[in-house]
Design a protein around this ligand. Structure first.
Ligand code: DGP
Length: 114
């Protein structure tokens, strides 16, 4: 999508601090971090939100979580724990309409959510 911020980051048209890249997924540091480690993992193919997923996306979404697990280890937050969030739609707090998984860690997370 030509006007999507995350598609522009994936293409390299907007600068970002990338921490991972393969054929399916790009991960980069959030511009406005909410925790000491705050990484966004995004599918390289544009998908608006979780609402748009089909059965064909199951491998891709599973891969997104596998990469999140690897990055948590790489960032040294795996042992103490971390939070993965996918905001969806306006009530979910989604501001960028391209599926992204937030990886937050490096400090205790606030609870309860919602
Ligand atoms: P969400 O509210 O779940 O849609 O989160 C969108 C996140 O994207 C938010 O934490 C800020 C981040 N973000 C927005 N624009 C940019 C950008 O241009 N670069 C980077 N690195 N992050 C961005």
């Amino acid at each position: 999508m030509s006007d999507c911020i995350f598609c522009k980051i994936i293409k390299g048209d907007i600068p970002s601090t990338n921490v991972f890249r393969d054929k399916q997924v790009t991960a980069f540091r959030d511009i406005s971090p909410s925790a000491p480690t705050h990484i966004l993992l995004v599918p390289n193919r544009h998908i608006d939100s979780i609402n748009m997923l089909t059965g064909e996306d199951e491998q891709l979404m599973g891969h997104l979580f596998t990469v999140a697990s690897q990055l948590a280890m790489q960032e040294n937050v795996a042992e103490n724990g971390y939070r993965l969030i996918v905001n969806t739609g306006s009530h979910g707090g989604q501001t960028v309409p391209h599926i992204h998984l937030h990886l937050l860690g490096g400090a205790p997370m606030k609870h309860p959510m919602g």
